[in-house]
Design a binder for this molecule. Structure first.
Ligand code: HEC
Ligand code: HEC
Length: 371
């Protein structure tokens, strides 16, 4: 038995970056305000995988797909002999061969579907144009993305469990080999050609570069924001002046038509205040609100608010089930703090809301209020 070089430096770096990337992407998935980071990590994982696929066709001993074992009988034998004496594999055993292909397919599926969600739901990134045509399918694409991601995580879990079991039962060197590159046995060592080395350097360097590039260049095509700021002052001066005088200027897409009509027909008794206007202004503002109501918007919040309120006739955004759900984890004391003052003071946390923007990346709870 001799020491054999099995995993090139690039394969190992790829593996480490992937482990970190997937862990980070998974942990960030729940935090709206960290979406940009989640997306940058996601695209980086996608690029790492694309190179890995090419790497599989590049005549790299042990890493090339030709050297994978997809034989189902071997897989069966391998699985049944887990607790007994099993055949030793230098490169990928049948279980890891299948697991790797599954991870590549599910990982890439996860990245691609994630980009589609980013486009349809947020109006951002390379698929932002789909926000206009397919926004009604945003929840469907989100389910698809979650399906791929969860399946990906499940295979990762099985892969880790298999490797650990192998280590405990057979003192397998698989884990160490992913760090130092060596296994022991009787087989040929891996030797990279110059071209393969150059490819490897490019693989790792360009993936790391992509990650930092996406974070530093928000206008690049993969993450560009197609939501444009609205100048309400210019678009409808009466709306801007009247409706901003007592509180945040609520973008019209946050409520459905019927709510705006109901509210505008009862301005004398507006949440306990008298906000009445002369008839001409009232009708003009009402028409503007109706024309730009939730029904006529492709925004995520408009779509979900509309979907959540169904039949009730609420006129408060903060009373819609969607609003309540999205803010229920925020402590009441934060809303009451002197930086926020009230729930309805949206702009304390959504800095661009008065330009009609409610992007996840712009959500920020004031520092003082948190402490
Ligand atoms: C005289 C002051 C005043 C004016 C003018 C005014 N509002 Fe209000 N509005 C209030 C008050 C007070 C509330 C209660 C919420 C709060 O605590 O701020 C409120 C609440 C709202 C809410 C519900 C917010 C929530 O909690 O979801 C909407 C929507 C709203 N106003 C829209 C408008 C629109 C549209 C106009 C312009 C036609 C307007 N308001 C003009 C005082 C005013
Ligand atoms: C104290 C800070 C704070 C205030 C005030 C606040 N929000 Fe939020 N809002 C948040 C946070 C944090 C999230 C993200 C929650 C999450 O991660 O799911 C959020 C999420 C949202 C979302 C969902 C994101 C999306 O893209 O659909 C909408 C819509 C929204 N807020 C609207 C409003 C409106 C309208 C107001 C004012 C009536 C308001 N918020 C007031 C902190 C706040």
């Amino acid at each position: 038995m001799t020491k054999i070089y099995v995993w090139s430096l690039f394969t190992r770096l790829f593996h480490i970056l992937l482990v970190i990337g997937v862990a980070v992407a998974f942990l960030l998935a729940e935090f709206e305000s960290l979406l940009t980071l989640h997306v940058a990590v996601g695209f980086t994982i996608g690029l790492l995988f694309l190179y890995r696929v090419l790497w599989g066709f590049m005549d790299v001993k042990y890493s090339q797909f030709k050297d994978f074992n997809f034989n189902l009988n071997d897989l069966k034998e391998y699985m049944f002999s887990i607790f007994g004496t099993k055949k030793a594999y230098i490169g990928h055993n049948p279980a890891s061969s299948w697991a790797i292909v599954a991870m590549i397919v599910l990982g890439l599926g996860s990245v691609f579907s994630g980009a589609v969600v980013y486009g349809t739901q947020e109006g951002m990134g390379i698929f932002s144009f789909l926000n206009f045509s397919l926004f009604k399918k945003m929840d469907f694409f989100k389910d698809v993305h979650e399906f791929f991601s969860n399946a990906f995580m499940a295979v990762i879990f099985l892969h880790i469990a298999g490797v650990m079991l192998d280590k405990v039962l057979h003192k397998s060197k698989a884990v160490a080999s992913m760090i130092d590159g060596y296994k022991s046995g009787d087989a040929e060592s891996l030797k990279l050609t110059l071209l393969q080395k150059l490819f490897g350097i490019f693989w790792i360097a360009s993936s790391i570069f992509l990650f930092f590039y996406l974070l530093s260049a928000p206008s690049s095509v993969l993450v560009a924001d197609a939501n444009t700021a609205v100048d309400y002052k210019k678009e409808h001066p009466q709306f801007y002046n009247e409706c901003k005088s007592c509180h945040t200027l609520y973008p019209p897409y946050l409520l459905p038509k019927q709510s705006w009509v109901k509210m505008m027909d009862n301005l004398e008794n507006h949440f306990g205040d008298d906000a009445s206007l002369d008839e001409k202004d009232k009708i003009s503002i009402r028409d503007y609100l109706v024309d730009n109501s939730a029904e006529n918007s492709t925004k995520e919040s408009a779509f979900h608010i509309l979907k959540s309120i169904k039949n009730t006739e609420t006129i408060a955004v903060t009373k819609t089930p969607y609003w309540e759900k999205r803010h229920d984890e925020i402590d009441k004391s934060i809303f009451a703090s002197k930086d926020v003052v009230a729930k309805s003071n949206c702009k304390a946390c959504h800095k661009n809301i008065e330009q009609g923007l409610l992007n996840d990346k712009d959500i920020k709870i004031p520092e003082m209020a948190k402490g």
